[in-house]
Write a new protein. Structure first.
Length: 287
């Protein structure tokens, strides 16, 4: 059975249809003091697959997934699989200063207690490269990168794939290799979480090219905005920002659109730009 939690009901329905299995969602509400209450609407048995993106309302979404996982086991599920199209708290993987919380390890421990197997789409990892480094349960990494490649090949002529920094360049390069396009990396100097400077480390021919800025996640969008500003000075006129996860913190989507960019994301997080459907990737992995 596929169970869609609050942030991923549409995606969960699509996965259930592709697998031709039963679908249900849950009753979910807040008490006046913002405590969470949820209730399954059908009897559970065998394997239960919960699908929940951890955005928006990231903390509520995580608690809902943990409550649902624990409850599913208590009321009859023999095995609980959690599909987290977007999994939060993954980037905080090191104690930079004394007293810092290493949140990815803590979240993994909570999930380990109630889930038998977790699937994550393109986790936003930094130093850790493998989910098994902090999960004890079976943890499977899925990728939506082929969907980005397919979209660019179908919709964008003469693309120049750009990674605004080294992390994003890995996505740009991998995508470019799939479709046989050119990719470049920008150098980035970060002054704070919201202030960055970007520039090319070498001379790049952008004449006649359509700039495609590729990343796994768009959060504040500040690096992408600085990249667009720099490219405009070089004469680039058309910009497409493509990412797996559209978090869009602090009004990032409106800022990017105001800067003249077309924005495309996957439906790991439901939002108006989610044109890349990952339900097929999830369904295939669950077979």
């Amino acid at each position: 059975m596929i169970v869609g939690l609050s942030n991923s009901k549409d995606l969960a329905r699509k996965v259930a249809r592709k697998l031709k299995v039963k679908y249900s969602d849950i009753d979910f509400e807040f008490f006046p003091d913002r405590e969470i209450h949820l209730r399954f609407k059908t009897k559970l048995k065998g394997t239960v697959v919960l699908i929940q993106s951890m955005q928006p309302k990231t903390n509520d979404a995580l608690i809902e997934a943990l409550f649902a996982s624990a409850t599913a086991k208590e009321i009859g599920a023999k095995k609980v699989i959690l599909v987290a199209p977007y999994l939060n708290y993954m980037r905080q993987d090191k104690r930079f200063r004394p007293g810092d919380c290493v949140s990815n390890e803590i979240v993994a421990k909570f999930i380990d207690d109630y889930v038998d197997h977790i699937f994550v789409v393109d986790p936003h990892l930094h130093r850790e490269k493998n989910l098994s480094h902090f999960f004890k349960i079976k943890a499977t990494k899925l990728t939506a990168n082929p969907l980005i490649a397919q979209y660019i090949k179908k919709h964008i002529k003469n693309p120049l794939l750009i990674g605004p920094d080294w992390e994003s360049y890995k996505w740009a390069r991998a995508t470019a290799e799939i479709i046989g396009a050119e990719s470049v990396i920008l150098k980035k100097k970060r002054y704070s979480g919201r202030k960055v400077k970007v520039y090319f480390g070498q001379k790049i021919d952008v004449k006649g090219k359509n700039a495609v800025l590729v990343d796994d996640m768009i959060s504040t969008g500040n690096t992408l905005l600085r990249t667009i500003e720099h490219l405009k000075k070089l004469g680039v006129k058309k910009f497409t920002c493509i990412a797996i996860h559209g978090v869009f913190a602090e009004g990032a989507l409106k800022k990017l659109q105001k800067a003249g960019a077309q924005v495309i994301t996957a439906n790991t997080i439901e939002n108006p730009t989610a044109k890349l459907d990952i339900s097929g990737i999830i369904a295939e992995a669950l077979k």
